[in-house]
Design a protein around this ligand. Structure first.
Ligand SMILES: Cc1cc2nc3c(=O)[nH]c(=O)nc-3n(C[C@H](O)[C@H](O)[C@H](O)COP(=O)(O)O)c2cc1C
Length: 364
């Protein structure tokens, strides 16, 4: 055999070995097995409704309203609500071409190196037009891929120290993370970046839920291996199917308002925006100014002198609906005592164009 032929034969054998090795590696890798689960349900792709970009309330109001809620009504979520929550957590907001060849899809949350290590699942139990089951969220396509059938809420609650909120909700968003995506660039430090990113995404879900009048809570108390089994991150023998770790569970449901709360909120909610006369008036050391709001608003309460110059800013910020009071101690914004005289105090909610003002008398 000529030297050239020998050389070609050896190269062909090496090439063949590499191909067989690569194929063997790919079918024995966790993601291959997981992809098999996904492809067995391939026909079951659920296109999510387009998210809405016009919310019901301002960011400030959503922040004010955000609370961990663990009791929910036995009512279904809509597919629109599920779509909105998943979009808020990891949805695509912008697509760019890098170096004229790579597409990069930016998301609603920041991500170290734009590497996006988070993977979201929805464990659906009571959602209109979404059969009970577990679905993986695909942000770029804004769709769900079914990975398991049946209601898994009780199993998931069992994996989460039997926390009732996981059983009683309509659906649970499971936050998984592929650490390698971030640690291959940032090494050990990447681990903390992944935790931070789960925090960003979870807060987005809280705020979106507040805006949709839904209740949710972040649940970090669970057995990792048990959650992995329920969500198909591992198989029944605990062998990894994916290089994912679960980080958070967020049950979601419609908010229950108890009869007592309803009655209280009815009683507490004033019918009009009012500013009352300060008490005592005239005053010497300090006086109390009371006002009431029909809804949560950003308000200012400012004291002016008779020439209209600002003397003291008593309040500037968001305030809940209901009655409130502020005290003026007769000092200006620099903490100096002001002279005897007539002063005006003014309550203003600029976003609603509401203003009310009254006079008061300081006697030294
Ligand atoms: C990392 C982390 C883990 C949490 N785990 C749970 C949990 O397992 N179960 C639960 O009911 N609440 C959990 N919470 C929610 C807290 O209890 C809640 O945020 C706290 O009581 C403050 O209430 P707020 O969220 O309404 O402001 C967790 C919160 C954080 C930040």
């Amino acid at each position: 055999m000529s030297k050239m032929k020998k050389y070609m034969l050896i190269s062909a054998i090496i090439f063949l070995c590499i191909c067989i090795g690569g194929w063997f590696y790919s079918i024995s890798s966790p993601s291959y097995s997981h992809n098999r689960i996904i492809s067995s349900y391939e026909s079951e792709i659920i296109k999510l409704p387009e998210p809405s970009f016009n919310g019901n309330i301002s960011v400030e109001k959503a922040l004010l309203k955000r609370r961990s809620i663990r009791d929910y009504k036995d009512e279904p979520l809509t597919l629109e609500e599920v779509s909105q929550l998943l979009w808020a957590a990891q949805g695509i907001t912008k697509t760019d071409m890098i170096d004229s060849q790579y597409l990069i899809h930016y998301r609603t949350t920041p991500s170290a190196g734009a590497l996006y290590p988070l993977e979201l699942y929805i464990v659906a139990g009571n959602v209109i037009n979404l059969p009970e089951g577990i679905y993986k969220y695909k942000p770029v396509e804004h769709e769900l891929i079914k990975i398991a059938e049946g209601d898994k809420r009780i199993q998931l609650s069992g994996a989460a120290l039997n926390q009732a909120c996981i059983r009683n909700c309509s659906a649970v968003i499971v936050f998984g993370a592929v650490y390698k995506r971030t640690t291959q660039k940032y090494l050990e430090r990447g681990i903390r970046y992944v935790y931070m990113e789960a925090g960003h995404a979870a807060q987005n879900v809280y705020l979106q839920a507040a805006s949709l009048n839904l209740g949710t809570v972040v649940v970090g108390g669970f057995d990792d291996d048990e959650v992995k089994k329920v969500v198909n991150m591992t198989d029944d023998e605990n062998r990894p199917l994916l290089n994912e770790e679960p980080l958070y569970l967020m049950p979601v449901g419609k908010v229950i308002i108890t009869e007592v709360e309803k009655e209280n909120s009815f009683k507490a909610l004033p019918e009009e925006f009012t500013l009352s006369q300060n008490f005592p008036n005239p005053f010497n050391a300090s006086t109390i100014i009371t006002f009431q709001l029909t809804e949560a608003l950003k308000v200012q309460v400012v004291v002016y002198d008779i020439q209209g110059r600002e003397v003291r800013r008593l309040l500037d910020g968001y305030v809940t609906a209901g009655p409130h009071s502020v005290t003026w101690d007769g000092r200006d914004n620099t903490e100096k005592n002001v002279a005897s005289g007539i002063y005006i105090y003014r309550l203003e909610a600029k976003e609603k164009g509401l203003v009310s003002a009254k006079r008061m008398i300081l006697v030294r």
